[in-house]
Design a protein. Structure first.
Lengths: 411, 303, 370
């Protein structure tokens, strides 16, 4: 039917737009990481370079635009983020577990209320949680009179750990509740019946069962802490985490170093996702094989036969990976050909920009002289007209490459 | 209580009670109460707190409504305006988000084959592993005066000079929309997933148009998902800080940025607290409203 | 070492609902005792009360003459085998079995030794290192038993352990369980709804219905001298003839059923006493299908009656003959497969007989609903 076809085409376009919207900015950003230009851009493409991953560059106005490897602020922020992440995991996971356990034991009348309260932190805006933590501990610190309380209350890392724990515990709580729902209570009873005391039941029966949930809680808690900004920016006080450093770059200057950071994170995410998917598929396959074995054993002698194991099958994804590699190599060659790569290219561009700049200066000079001439001829005392004719030249500041602090020989 | 201790043994009971007590009382309730209390106190140096000058006052709330005593205007148009704008735009963005995400959620839940659906879901999740800040930066790179979009448009000859997307707030709105798509899609998807496909086929068989099917069958069924998605998106948008920091122009302000200003730049913590209380109240009211309108319980709203 | 278990007026209630009401029973040391009854009769509740998972709201539970009030499940000398077995899925078979030793701090070598002993006892030698899910249903049963016996409890409690198994396996396990019990000598308290199980394995049976104890006695006792219509129809098959008493003669009763007169025994109340009936009392006369014979069979019988044949059902070793008397009273008679029934047909009336010694008269009461 025609309308069905039209609908399908519309659907296709919609999905395409949707994913372009989702991935487009990220793809473009990744590309800008390799452009040696100062502002992240795809056009004009200066040179293909890794500089933003490494040493960065000194901008023309003297500002040091650091690359990933040399940005000490970024590194400090990263370490702080790791410390905070660790602290949050150590606090939030046990708290979430405790809350989930208590939920199963509370009288059914109180269950909804308890659940609602446990969920509340996620519904608070992050900034509120950060602010309230800071405000409270500031008061405690003041009352503490110089002792430990005062030190803690003014410590950004301590405060951030507390603030983040507040709502990250809820995430852990939800994960544990889901896992706990499928727990067979009779196992606990069996253990008790066999003489275990409650503590032994907890550690020998419950915790082993909860292990997968504990693992995923730790991961989720760490990631949530690591990437948090709204709460952290208030509670971190004088320290910095990775996210606050990134945010501060808005003021300090946007350079493709951010793109390179993003690309690194994207790649790590992709690798981890792919690894996880591969591992999971392998687990599933093993499980299926095992079940088939069991079935075969039980029905041995019947006409069911074990599926023949084929030789190592090539996963289809190999081809797409090969394709990408080939394209990359090809593109790379082309780039080197056109002289768009490497330090030679950079030097050439810099030179070009400086020669532009030198031209601009000359143009300026010429205009100034001309204006002087005209005004002295006309008897004007300069001012706006002169100004206009000097600086109003449309050729001025075209393709402005910016300043360079190193002294260069003139062209 | 006795029963509780018996059931869990002394060691574990202690652990449970301490953990939950610490969390509920110390991390959730007391900070909020204190912040609420602080919003009613004057802005005095911290050493003077608790002293004779520390009285209850409404000056901060008054300031929000009426502005400072020195300004000539009768109402604090700036602050109130920012508050109003933030909320209205958050609502607008929530609605746009809903419309934008609904078709794809439906597609993944009901139309796509199982493998396609999984692939789509995974590919949806990947961008959101990347920090909100970095994603906003990506948009900034796109929208900046020297950014990608402007460059392309100029190259194509469509415009002569760069369009200032940032000052026009286009960047900000797109960024806010972008940030929370996942949180709208997933509740919708989960809710729709439980809809029996046979119902759709039955409706089609009985002659219902696609629009009608959606309005009468799909949407009522996905009610909880819609409520959940809208609530989360609204609250995160109204309380967003990362995206406005990166994408807003000096002229626009998001309410959270106002709070930030009171705290870190003007060093007026009580005032910041007061504004925070207002933001929190709005969030709470919104959640309750959503629960009432859509008749969902709080447990269904959170993932 | 085994102990006796005594329940004194035990009631277990949840709010207003009584799961078990006023149950008193003394289970002897080393006995295989079964609680028999339909779902919801309270047997599981009693078992959990004896294990220590719930406290009775009334009455006392004594194990080995010691009052168990306030003593938690992990401190009682009982071991419970759950209906779903509750084996620990993350542990190996040997670890499962040795768990009770592990929590008492026994060393690894000793634990393994004991686990191997028990594996031999339940005929699972060498399976110690397997994981639970690698075993079949019957094997898991035996692991559960081995695990429960590891610390040599004084009382073993079994909650319908065979209900998940198929018929052949069930029959095999019945014999095995009985043998294990005889070998180990521990008191077994077994609950089931399957009266065949109860009858084959137990020394004594307690029949329960809706939280109350209907009868306690040996298997023969319960089968041949049921105390209530419920017991008469729950344990084994029974024909219920509704009638009125026409005459009483010491222990024998004349019952009139739809005009026909029969001679039967008065049912026993237990402890040697019998029911006393008066003329015109409404009663039910119970005669087991296997006690009703065809007229030309070689058995002594002083009661005769005729009926119309409805159907003959072949059950393998028996034939069930379904009949009705004048379209009102349904009767079932079971004969061995060896008996020739080819001359029975729907057109003729069947002539049957039974002995008054095989007929029991009880006051009217609810029957076991199938």
């Amino acid at each position: 039917m025609k309308s069905q076809q039209a609908l399908n085409i519309l659907l296709g376009i919609y999905i395409f737009i949707f994913f372009a919207y989702l991935f487009g900015p990220l793809v473009i950003m990744s590309i800008t990481a390799f452009n040696s230009a100062e502002f992240p851009s795809v056009t004009p493409w200066e040179c293909f370079s890794f500089r933003w991953f490494n040493e960065g560059k000194i901008a023309y106005d003297g500002q040091h635009l650091a690359g990933l490897a040399t940005d000490w602020r970024l590194h400090e922020g990263l370490i702080t983020s790791l410390k905070i992440g660790l602290g949050v995991v150590l606090l939030a996971v046990p708290i979430g577990l405790a809350a989930a356990l208590v939920l199963t034991q509370v009288h059914s009348r109180f269950r909804t209320a308890f659940y609602s309260i446990s969920i509340m932190p996620v519904l608070f805006p992050g900034v509120i949680i950060g602010i309230s933590t800071v405000v409270l501990w500031d008061r405690i610190a003041t009352m503490g009179g110089g002792g430990l309380a005062t030190q803690l209350g003014r410590n950004g890392i301590f405060l951030t750990i507390l603030a983040q724990t507040c709502f990250i515990s809820t995430y852990c709580f939800l994960i544990f509740v889901a896992r706990l729902q499928r727990f067979d209570q009779t196992q606990e009873e069996a253990a008790l019946d066999l003489g275990a005391n409650q503590t032994q039941v907890f550690f020998k029966i419950l915790i082993p069962y909860m292990m997968p949930a504990i693992a995923s809680s730790c991961v989720i808690a760490f990631l949530a802490s690591f990437e948090n900004y709204n709460t952290t920016v208030f509670s971190i006080l004088s320290d910095q985490t990775l996210t606050t450093v990134i945010a501060s770059k808005v003021r300090l200057g946007i350079s493709p170093a951010i793109s390179s950071l993003a690309l690194v994170i994207i790649l790590i995410t992709l690798v981890v996702t792919i690894l996880y998917e591969v591992l999971r598929r392998r687990e599933d396959k093993k499980k299926k094989e095992f079940e088939a074995e069991a079935l075969f054993a039980q029905t041995s002698g019947s006409r069911l036969r074990k599926a023949e194991k084929n030789g190592l099958k090539m996963p289809k994804s190999i081809f797409s990976i090969l394709f990408v590699v080939v394209v990359c190599i090809f593109g790379f060659n082309k780039m080197v050909e056109k002289g768009l790569y490497g330090s030679t290219c950079i030097a050439a561009t810099e030179k070009q920009k400086k020669s532009n700049f030198a031209d601009q200066l000359k143009l300026l000079q010429k205009n100034a002289e001309k204006a002087n001439q005209i005004s002295s001829e006309n008897g004007d005392a300069g001012e706006k007209k002169e100004f206009d004719s000097i600086f109003g030249d449309p050729n001025l500041f075209k393709d402005f490459g910016g300043f360079d602090s190193k002294a260069q020989e003139q062209d | 209580m006795n029963y509780f201790f018996n059931k869990n043994g002394p060691l574990i009971s202690t652990y449970l009670i301490i953990s939950i007590g610490f969390w509920l009382v110390f991390l959730i309730i007391i900070p909020q109460l204190y912040m609420f209390d602080l919003s009613f106190r004057p802005n005095i140096p911290s050493l003077l707190r608790g002293g004779p000058d520390d009285v209850y006052t409404l000056t901060h709330y008054k300031h929000f409504l009426f502005g400072s005593e020195t300004s000539g205007e009768s109402y604090n148009y700036v602050d109130v305006g920012v508050f109003k704008d933030t909320l209205l735009i958050a609502v607008l963005i929530t609605f746009i988000n809903l419309c934008f995400c609904y078709p794809i959620a439906f597609y993944i839940a009901k139309v796509a084959s199982a493998n396609t659906a999984r692939l789509l879901i995974v590919s949806l999740i990947i961008p959101f592993w990347i920090n909100e800040l970095l994603r906003s930066f990506a948009l900034r790179i796109l929208f900046a005066g020297e950014g990608f979009i402007n460059n392309v448009l100029i190259k194509l000859g469509l415009i002569d000079n760069g369009i200032n997307f940032i000052a026009m707030d286009v960047a900000l709105y797109t960024g806010l929309n972008y940030a929370y798509i996942l949180l709208m899609i997933f509740p919708l998807y989960n809710a729709m997933d439980t809809l029996d496909k046979n119902q759709l086929e039955a409706a089609e068989d009985l002659g219902s148009s696609m629009l009608k099917t959606h309005f009468r069958i799909v949407i009522p069924h996905a009610k909880a998902g819609i409520a959940s998605g809208c609530t989360m998106v609204f609250m995160l948008t109204a309380g967003a800080l990362a995206t406005p920091v990166v994408l807003s122009s000096p002229n626009t302000f998001w309410f959270t940025q106002l709070i930030y200003q009171w705290f870190n730049m003007n060093d007026n913590w009580p005032r910041g607290a007061a504004y925070s209380v207002m933001l929190l109240s709005v969030s709470v009211v919104f959640v309750l409203l959503m629960m009432k309108i859509f008749k969902v319980k709080i447990g269904e709203i959170v993932r | 070492m085994s102990a006796d278990v005594e329940l004194q007026n035990v009631s277990v209630s949840f709010g207003n609902f009584y799961a078990a009401k006023n149950v008193s029973v003394k289970i002897e040391k080393g006995e295989f005792f079964s609680f028999l009854g339909p779902s919801g009769c309270g047997k599981t509740t009693l078992l959990r009360a004896i294990s220590g998972f719930s406290e009775p709201s009334d009455g006392k539970i004594l194990i080995g003459n010691q009052d168990m009030a306030g003593i938690g499940a992990n401190k009682r000398p009982t071991s419970l085998i759950f209906q779903n077995l509750a084996l620990f899925p993350l542990m190996s078979v040997a670890d499962n079995i040795a768990f009770s030793l592990e929590v008492r701090g026994t060393g690894k070598v000793q634990r393994r030794k004991r686990a191997d002993e028990l594996l031999e006892l339940v005929a699972l030698t060498g399976q110690g290192d397997k994981k639970v899910h690698e075993l079949s249903g019957g094997q898991r049963q035996r692991v559960a038993i081995a695990r429960a016996l590891a610390i040599e409890p004084e009382v073993l409690l079994l909650d319908e352990p065979l209900s998940a198994l198929d018929l052949k396996l069930r029959q095999k396990m019945r014999t095995e369980l009985r043998e294990i019990q005889k070998r180990v000598g521990i008191t077994f308290i077994y609950i089931t709804h399957d009266q065949g199980e109860a009858l084959t394995m137990s020394d004594r049976i307690a029949v329960m219905n809706q939280g109350e104890l209907e009868q306690i006695g040996s298997c023969h006792n319960v089968y041949e001298s049921p105390r209530t219509p419920f017991v008469a129809t729950f344990v084994g098959e029974n024909n219920a003839f509704y009638g009125t008493v026409s005459a009483v003669n010491g222990d024998m009763v004349n019952v009139s059923v739809d005009g026909t007169n029969y001679l039967a025994k008065a049912g026993s109340l237990g402890e040697g006493t019998k029911y006393t009936f008066k003329k015109n009392d409404k009663v039910i006369m119970f005669v087991r299908p296997e006690s009703i014979f065809l007229k030309d069979q070689n058995n002594q019988a002083d009661n005769v009656f005729t009926a119309n044949l409805k159907a003959i059902e072949f059950e393998g070793n028996l034939k069930n003959i379904y009949m009705s008397i004048d379209g009102k009273q349904n009767v079932r008679c079971s004969v061995s497969n060896a008996i020739d029934t080819t001359d029975l047909s729907n057109s003729k009336k069947v002539e049957l007989k039974f002995s008054s010694r095989d007929a029991v008269v009880l006051p009217v009461g609810p029957l076991a609903v199938d």
